[in-house]
Structures are given as structure tokens and as C-alpha cells.
Design a protein around this ligand. Structure first.
Ligand SMILES: [Ca+2]
Ligand SMILES: [Ca+2]
Ligand SMILES: [Ca+2]
Ligand SMILES: [Ca+2]
Length: 164
């Protein structure tokens, strides 16, 4: 039992230590050294040849400060550490290629100072901590209103005579 365990660990170590080992089932990754200082500062991870994650060290201090996650159905999430304290302060969400939400902590106190929500690519809800008390005030919210496009489709559908 013990020997099997050690054998497994050895195999895993060998796989980890050998960059040339093809691992069909694992994430494939590529890294780049954009500023040529000998340290990687850009990473792309692939799953079945599809990019699933990008990581970046924008200020080349050795700590990652930008992350992009790619998910099915055009979902994408960008996270960024704007003041380089190793904590993300900005989050940007996309669905079907369109921006749906934006959150930012611009004074870096760990709480968002602005949250924007989008529908059909248009800003429908804006919350902002206007008095800097750590709580968001709703500036405007039209998120439950139907967009013109959806309204038009509904009207057309209602107006068109039923087939069959
Ligand atoms: Ca570098
Ligand atoms: Ca960095
Ligand atoms: Ca930060
Ligand atoms: Ca804040």
C-alpha cells in the first residue's frame, strides 16, 4: 500500500517536473515573458484547445494582477488588481459577448464603490457609494423595464396572425 502511494507520488512529480509530458486530460498552458526579464508575466490556459483562462502580471512585480476567465455561452469574467496589492478591485462580467456587470472598488477599502448592471449592452442600473460610507446608493434602476428590442418582438408576435 505504502509503496503504491510512493509510486503514485513519483509519477505525479515526474509529470509535474517534465514540461514536455503531454497530458491529454490536463489543462494545457502557455506562458510568455513580455518584458524580457526572464520571468513569465502572461499565462494562457487551454482546455481542449479552447482558452479558458488568461493571467497576467501587468506591472512585472512577480504577482499576477489580471485574470480573464472564459466560460461557455460567451461568458467571460475579467478581474483586475488595480493598485497591485494582490487583491482584485475590479470585476467585469460578460454574457454572450456583452457586458452585463461592472464592479469596482476604486479606493481599495475592500468594498465596491460602484456597481453597474447592463442589459442588451446598455446601462440599466447604477449603484454608487456617493457619500463614501461604505454602502452603495442606487443612482438609477431601470433593470426591470423591457428593452425596446424585446418590446418590439413581443408586439410583432402579438400582431402577427396565428398560423395553423
Ligand atoms: Ca517578465
Ligand atoms: Ca503584478
Ligand atoms: Ca488591489
Ligand atoms: Ca471602496
Amino acid at each position: 500500500m505504502h509503496r503504491i502511494y510512493r509510486f503514485t507520488v513519483t509519477i505525479i512529480l515526474a509529470l509535474l517536473l517534465s514540461p514536455l509530458t503531454p497530458l491529454a486530460w490536463a489543462l494545457e498552458a502557455k506562458e510568455e515573458d513580455k518584458n524580457g526579464d526572464g520571468k513569465s508575466d502572461f499565462w494562457i490556459y487551454y482546455e481542449d484547445k479552447r482558452p479558458v483562462k488568461i493571467e497576467s502580471d501587468k506591472n512585472y512585480d512577480g504577482a499576477k494582477d489580471m485574470w480573464i476567465f472564459y466560460e461557455p455561452k460567451g461568458k467571460k469574467r475579467i478581474e483586475a488588481d488595480l493598485n497591485f496589492d494582490r487583491k482584485a478591485d475590479m470585476f467585469l462580467y460578460y454574457e454572450y459577448g456583452q457586458r452585463v456587470k461592472f464592479e469596482i472598488d476604486s479606493n481599495y477599502d475592500g468594498k465596491f464603490d460602484q456597481v453597474s448592471e447592463y442589459k442588451d449592452g446598455k446601462l440599466v442600473k447604477l449603484q454608487r457609494d456617493t457619500d463614501s460610507n461604505g454602502e452603495l446608493e442606487t443612482i438609477f434602476d431601470i433593470s426591470d423595464r423591457q428593452s425596446n428590442i424585446i418590446k418590439n418582438i413581443k408586439i410583432n408576435k402579438d400582431a402577427s396572425p396565428q398560423k395553423e
